[in-house]
Ligand binder design. Structure first.
Ligand code: MG
Ligand code: ZN
Length: 378
């Protein structure tokens, strides 16, 4: 008897709470807010995709933004989060070449290999597939633009170290915008070729000095920025706002170069290098710079309404942990367990049309499949 009364009471409470939710939904403020959110997330196909890769960024790396960044982390702006498995064809623990090839071409390959499958046959990249149908494409990195992660999107080579070959691939690719370091691989080559003049012949304006200062320039030409001989300087050495500014410039430039849509890859390359160096200050300063860059992409995407922003990593570096300082639970002491990569699952954040596809735990190659599905409206 008592049980029945309790159940009836429970049902009554549930009914009342449902009714009260419905009632509050009809208030005009909530209604506008809800319908806006609905339009934003239920538009199924994005026009543009911005893929942000924080090389070596595992959960502890991005968590450091919550403890060491004075501003609120831009990771907080995502509601869609999933995890990827990152092993390569050759190894349980991937390197950046195989990791980026999985995103760029949707295949598992061997560590060290770019744009080829595990049998070393070339596989088309998303940049090739999209530019063939009229999309504009770009890469931005804080490494050289020929380093493994950006290179996977336009090169097909057996060894990620073949930087001069990779530079030639960039010149011959359909990429419309690039920014990062690596000038020496274009202008101080063993074969004596000057690839900067080759780029200019192709209609590029190449700058080896700095990003433009003006905020809203009009760009109807391809642009290349090679602002360091090899990798860009560290944040700790005064790199400043290169990554967020180059990302903003890439977005503006790619939007103006075509109206079909754009695909932009942005890499926070040196989060990984901080991990290899087991240097927490290096790692965290690079992570915060990457976090600011995520903010630039999200600001554009939220205003635009047609852009999907995906933030992920190829793998974790350093076995990084925000441990306690000698058992003091009120003090964090960042520690590393390796100077290499680790096998931990990697978080993926997605926001914009199609974000629903990024749920659960899946292989890194599925990132390519999902992006193709969304941009080719499959
Ligand atoms: Mg990289
Ligand atoms: Zn690495």
């Amino acid at each position: 008897m008592k049980k029945t009364t309790f159940l009836i009471l429970l049902l009554l409470i549930i009914t009342i709470s449902c009714v009260s939710v419905k009632v509050s939904d009809t208030s005009s403020d909530t209604k506008i807010k809800n319908s806006e959110t609905a339009t934003y997330s239920t538009k199924k196909y994005p026009k543009n995709i911005i893929l942000l890769i924080g090389d070596g960024t595992g959960l502890s790396q991005l968590s450091s933004s919550f403890y060491y960044n004075k501003k609120a982390s831009n990771y907080l702006r995502f509601s869609q989060i999933s995890l990827i498995k990152t092993s390569s064809a050759s190894d349980l623990i991937t390197d950046s070449a195989a990791g980026a090839t999985a995103f760029a071409s949707g295949v598992k390959t061997n560590n060290g290999v770019l744009g080829l499958d595990k049998n070393l046959n070339p596989v088309p990249t998303i940049v090739e597939e999209l530019s063939a149908t009229g999309y504009t494409t770009g890469v931005v990195a804080t490494s050289s633009v020929v380093h493994a992660t950006p290179a996977a999107f336009y090169a097909h080579v057996k060894s990620r170290r073949d930087y001069e070959d990779i530079a030639l691939s960039l010149v011959n690719s359909e990429i419309d915008f690039f920014a990062g370091g690596g000038a020496d691989f274009f202008s101080k080559r063993k074969d004596g070729k000057n690839l900067i003049s080759k780029l200019e012949e192709k209609g590029f304006t190449v700058n080896t000095d700095r990003l433009p200062n003006n905020v809203k320039p009009v760009f109807n030409y391809k642009q290349g920025y090679l602002l360091a001989p090899d990798g860009m300087p560290k944040m700790l050495e005064g790199r400043g706002d290169f990554l967020p500014n180059a990302t903003r410039l890439a977005i503006e430039s790619l939007s103006q170069l075509g109206d079909k849509g754009f695909f932009l890859v942005v890499e926070g390359s040196q989060i990984d290098w901080g991990g290899h160096a087991k240097n927490a200050d290096y790692l965290i300063s690079e992570l915060i710079d990457f976090d600011n860059t995520i903010g630039v992409a999200l600001d554009f995407a939220e205003a635009d309404g047609n852009t999907l922003v995906i933030v992920l990593a190829d793998h974790e570096t350093g076995g990084f942990t925000l441990a306690s300082d000698n058992g003091d639970y009120n003090k964090i002491k960042p520690v590393f367990s390796t100077d290499g990569h680790s096998a931990t699952l990697i978080p993926v954040f997605a926001k914009g049309p199609g974000q629903e596809l990024f749920s659960g735990i899946y292989e890194n190659t599925a990132i390519f499949d999902k992006m193709i599905k969304l941009l080719f409206k499959k």
